[in-house]
Write a protein that binds this ligand. Structure first.
Ligand code: NAD
Ligand code: UD1
Length: 338
């Protein structure tokens, strides 16, 4: 089974390529390397013994996509490519809408022309906005408060309309909660450029001594200890969720929507403690004002994915922290440039 993986050199895409290969499928990777490095390919080969086909290029380039699809007998597309930093999206809305919304439309046009009918899209729990209650189910109302979130919601809406017009298509929207962790080998992980935006990479850079302390964005939320609570999910469990979606829904015409989360929330300070334990070092932190736009708590009801995709997250908070730490120690500066 040949699967086109857009953004396959990135954090979630690279882990998914490893799981696809291990399950006997062949990823064809398209990535413009905007937020990833070519050396990821060698890591995929090191972990699986297989060097996937890689095309360096942009999903907004229709002629390029037509060529990739003509050269490969693709059955399904997993679409990770896009921009993902909330703060940056406020500064650069044009780039976000162009990459995330326009990019997806060009991809679907190319798929239609090549008669590829199966698509899995990387959506986000951000589409639930500030939820009225937790745990969050797939039929909760959606909303967005920033250009990144709006771009994800726009793509979900576009894909819903496209499915109505072309009901023979199988379109799966996977709403990820908070992906963290690394491949257990310590050879593959999250490699943010510059200051990390998300909690886990920030904690691990403090633990390894690259940064002095973690700023904790507020300790006055109505949560277990006042700090924000999220549903952290191990990236390999998340990757496996894509395989489950592919296996159980990839060939079934329809619009399929699933939360991919664990169903459990951890606070910022609980994550700091878990990481300190895994790494055997104190993670220094300072409470600072709330980050604008943050919500108090957010976790998934993952029952639908369990019932329909026969998938559930298996890895623990100890796996998430220990695997992140192994990656951080082995690769203190992330992936090599070449
Ligand atoms: P990432 O930045 O590590 O990976 C995205 C990849 O897409 C990168 O390798 C980048 O170079 C590539 N890319 C970007 N624009 C492209 C374009 N126009 N053409 C070709 N390639 C392009 O991000 P990630 O964390 O792996 O996230 C993957 C997807 O999952 C994104 O769509 C993101 O919005 C979504 N998502 C991520 C999270 C998260 O916390 N990481 C949470 C929810 C949803
Ligand atoms: C972020 C994104 C969201 C995306 C989600 C999943 C923002 C504003 N939102 O949300 O769109 O869907 O990731 O990837 O970026 N924290 C600190 N100090 C830090 C970093 C984070 O205290 O240096 C806290 C946050 O306030 C939050 C928790 O840690 O309570 C998790 O933060 P983060 O990793 O950024 O994820 P989300 O806030 O869920």
């Amino acid at each position: 089974m040949r699967i086109l993986v857009t953004g396959g050199m990135g954090y979630i895409g690279s882990h998914t390529c490893v799981q696809l290969i291990e399950a006997g499928m062949m990823p064809i990777i398209v990535d413009n390397l905007y937020n990833s490095k070519k050396s990821v390919l060698a890591r995929i080969e090191m972990l699986t013994g297989v060097m996937p086909t890689f095309y360096e290029g942009d999903i907004r380039d229709r002629a390029f996509l037509d060529k990739v699809l003509a050269e490969n007998n693709v059955e399904s597309v997993i679409h990770f490519a896009g921009l993902k930093a909330v703060g940056e999206s406020v500064e650069k809305p044009l780039e976000y809408y162009d990459n995330n919304v326009h990019g997806t439309l060009v991809l679907v046009e190319a798929m239609r022309a090549a008669e590829v009918n199966s698509l899995i899209f990387s959506s986000s729990a951000t589409v639930y906005g500030d939820p009225a209650s937790v745990p969050i189910m797939e039929d909760f109302p959606t909303s967005a408060t920033n250009p990144y979130g709006r771009s994800k919601l726009m793509v979900e809406n576009c894909l819903t309309d496209i499915h109505k017009a072309h009901p023979e298509m199988s379109i799966t929207l996977l709403r990820y909660f908070n992906p963290v962790g690394s491949h257990k080998s310590g050879e593959m992980g999250e490699d943010p450029q510059g200051m990390p935006n998300n909690l886990m990479p920030f904690i691990s850079q403090v633990a390894v001594g690259r940064r002095g302390y973690l700023p904790v964005f507020g300790d006055d939320y109505p949560t277990v200890d006042g700090t924000g609570v999220r549903d952290y999910i191990h990236v390999v469990d998340l990757a496996d969720g894509h395989l489950a979606a592919l296996n159980y829904k990839g060939k079934e015409a329809g619009l399929h929507i699933y939360n991919l989360g664990t169903g459990h929330g951890f606070s910022v300070l609980q994550m700091v403690d878990a990481f300190s334990e895994a790494a055997g070092v104190e993670v220094a932190y300072q409470v600072v004002p709330r980050r604008p736009g943050d919500i108090a708590e957010c976790w998934a009801d993952p029952t639908k994915a369990k019932t329909e995709l026969y998938w559930e997250a298996r890895r623990t908070i100890e796996d998430m922290t220990a695997d992140t730490w192994r990656w951080q120690l082995n690769n203190p500066n992330g992936y090599p440039d070449v």
